[in-house]
Structure formats: structure tokens, C-alpha cells
Write a protein that binds this ligand. Structure first.
Ligand code: GLY
Length: 374
């Protein structure tokens, strides 16, 4: 706990507006944060086993401090949990716990739990409210905010889901101390994404502060989460269901999702690592197509290297499929419109844009080269 004030970022969506609270000690005061949302003093918590071992007792104590009781279901950790069988288990458990329409579900975990619990809440009794308590950097800066919920299927990632906004997000900076360094850096990939897509000043701030932030400085971590969430909140408020501008948040994701699929959604490549490599590829491709100055991908590469992050395909362990197979995986992405692949490219750091005008031949040659550099 510190004396540092808690930051509040509002996601302005009319009657579905909510606050993202960011700071130290938020799990310890979860009861006070959640109580105003409750009709009766009980919540159902969906979490996963590793997170439960680290943080569930603290959440229980934080809720109990305000007289709120909880029941919890801890699912298996890992991306495989974002699937039909675990969704069914979660929904049936919530029904067994007699969660009513007016109750609140709490998602305690990273992106997998947040997406799964949010989707379970979206379909339970045609929609109950939920609170996100994200426990990874990736979930704090991205997946817990904006209401994208869902599961993966054999056909691809996040292909089944719903837009269902949380009623509150509690991003407790203290939990980041328990994150393995690799997971922290993977989440940092999404932080860098915000600077790259629309805020060159933030990117320069990350260049200066990134190493201290990764080393554990809590004030810098809070500021990085606040600025990332503020950017996401502003974009989501203008384009909740991704009819336009929200697609910019997918910078690095078309390449990243294909790489995740190619590596079997395994430990070979974490989601945020795929996003960082994907951002580098998007900037390299932008420069190659003459859309952005060569200095921009160079600056990004230097920053990722300084941070000790993967940035090249060669840094992914094991073999990768060839360019044609990677392009086929990209074509399965949700971002395909009328059969045309859409890319988020950039005119410079902080100046991303969406385009479907990348010639298939140029893309193939670019990927051949990127793979050849392995
Ligand atoms: N993660 C991208 C989005 O929420 O739109």
C-alpha cells in the first residue's frame, strides 16, 4: 500500500459507462469499490488456479471488509480454458450458485479469465453485470477494458463472443509484482502498441522510462497503465463495436494472431509477444511500402531490444510455416472484410491507419524475407 492516489479513467458509453480504477491496494478495498453495484452482499468469482493461489484470499478479505461474501470457481490456467467446455462449466456453476439477474460476477485473472467470465456474464440469464479485476499487465491495459468478451474455437481465436461492458474495472498495480518477468514484458507489448498507434509523446516517454518501469517502479507502472487505459477508453467511447477507429487497437494483431496460431497458442509465443513482433512487422512493412520513414521501425526495434523483448520471427523458438501458410492464417482473422485482409499500418510512430490495400505479392515477398532472416 502507498499514499499514491488511485487514478480513475471513465469509459463514456451513456448508460453503459463505467470507471476503470488504477492504483495500489485495490484488491484490499474491493468491497468498498464493488458494494455500490450490489443489490445483495454476495458475488460469484470466476478465476484460475494460479491466480487463486496468489490473490483469492486477499480478494475475499477485501470483500469481507465491507460485509460481502463470495463463492469462487477456479478454472485451469492457460489459453485452452477459453473454450466451449469451460464456458459451459462456468455458466452452469453460476446457475448452481443461484446468481440472479441483479447480481455481479467478478473476473479475477488475466485475459483468458476476463474474456471467458465476461462472455459467461453476457449470456447468463440474458446478461448479468460483471467486474473485471485484471491480474496481468496485458489484461490491465487492454482486455479488461472495452467489453470484448468471448472464447476461441477450432477455427480461430475470439471468433465466438459478445460485446458486454464491465460495470467496473479494478486494476491493482500491486499484483504486477507477482507476474513472471516474461509475462510482464508480454503485457508491455500492448503498452508500446498504444504509443505506436496514436501517441508519439507516450512512445518517447516509454523509451525513457521503460527499463525502470520493467524493473518494478510502481509509480511508473501506474502511469503507463493509466495512459494506456485512457487511450483505449477514448477510442472505445467513440467506436464501441469496432465499425471504424477501434480497429487501430489491432495494430500488430493480424501478424500476431497468425503467429500465435502457427505456434499452437503455446508457450512458444505469448499473446503480447506476438503483438510486439506483429507491431515490428507492421512498421517494417509500412516502411517497405514507402508509407512511413525508415527511422520509425528502427526506433521501435531499438526500444524492443533495450527492453529485452522479442522483435523478429527468428526469436520465436521452433520452426514457422512458410509465407503462404502464414497469409492463410491471417485470412482467417475477424478483421477480414468482403474477403479482403485489413492491416493496421503506420505513417510514423503515433500515426497508425487501417488499410486493405496491401498487394498479396508484396505481402508474400515481405514475409519471405522476414522468414528468411531467421
Ligand atoms: N484488444 C482490442 C480491442 O479491445 O479492441
Amino acid at each position: 500500500m502507498t499514499d499514491r492516489p488511485i487514478d480513475t479513467v471513465s469509459v463514456a458509453l451513456g448508460p453503459r459507462s463505467y470507471e476503470v480504477r488504477i492504483g495500489s491496494g485495490l484488491i484490499a478495498r474491493a468491497g468498498a469499490e464493488i458494494a455500490p453495484l450490489l443489490h445483495r452482499p454476495r458475488v460469484a468469482v470466476l478465476t484460475e488456479e494460479q491466480v487463486a493461489a496468489l490473490h483469492l484470499d486477499a480478494l475475499q478479505a477485501g470483500l469481507a471488509a465491507d460485509g460481502i461474501t463470495m463463492q469462487a470457481l477456479a478454472l485451469r490456467p492457460g489459453e485452452a480454458t477459453k473454450s466451449w467446455p469451460h464456458l459451459a462449466r462456468a455458466v452452469e456453476w453460476l446457475l448452481e450458485m443461484r446468481v440472479e439477474r441483479g447480481d455481479v460476477v467478478v473476473a479475477l485473472g488475466g485475459g483468458v479469465i476476463g474474456d471467458l467470465a465476461g462472455f459467461a456474464a453476457a449470456i447468463l440469464r440474458r446478461g448479468v453485470r460483471y467486474v473485471q479485476v485484471p491480474t496481468t499487465l496485458l489484461a490491465q491495459v487492454d482486455s479488461s477494458v472495452g467489453g470484448k468478451t468471448g472464447i476461441n474455437t477450432a477455427q480461430g481465436k475470439n471468433l465466438v463472443g459478445a460485446f458486454h461492458q464491465p460495470s467496473r474495472v479494478l486494476a491493482d498495480i500491486d499484483v504486477l509484482e507477482t507476474l513472471p518477468h516474461r509475462d510482464f514484458l508480454a503485457g508491455y507489448g500492448e503498452v508500446v502498441k498504444y504509443g505506436l498507434l496514436g501517441d508519439a509523446v507516450f512512445f518517447a516517454w516509454l523509451e525513457a522510462k521503460g527499463p525502470s518501469l520493467a524493473a518494478g517502479d510502481p509509480a511508473l507502472r501506474q502511469e503507463a497503465v493509466r495512459r494506456s487505459v485512457a487511450m483505449k477508453a477514448a477510442i472505445v467511447s467513440r467506436d464501441e463495436t469496432e465499425t471504424g477507429e477501434r480497429a487501430l487497437l489491432n495494430l500488430g494483431h493480424t501478424f500476431g494472431h497468425a503467429l500465435e496460431a502457427a505456434t499452437g497458442y503455446s508457450d512458444r509465443l505469448l499473446h503480447g509477444e506476438g503483438v510486439a513482433i506483429g507491431c515490428q512487422l507492421a512498421f517494417d512493412l509500412s516502411a517497405r511500402l514507402g508509407l512511413c520513414p525508415q527511422e520509425a521501425p528502427g526506433r521501435l526495434a531499438t526500444h524492443l531490444q533495450t527492453m529485452g523483448m522479442k522483435r523478429r520471427l527468428a526469436e520465436i523458438p521452433g520452426d514457422l510455416p512458410d509465407a503462404d501458410a502464414l497469409i492463410a492464417l491471417m485470412a482467417q482473422d475477424k478483421k477480414v472484410v468482403d474477403g479482403r485482409m485489413r492491416f493496421v499500418l503506420s505513417r510514423d510512430i503515433g500515426a497508425a491507419f487501417v488499410t486493405d490495400a496491401v498487394p498479396r505479392k508484396s505481402l508474400g515477398a515481405f514475409l519471405d524475407e522476414a522468414l528468411g532472416a531467421q
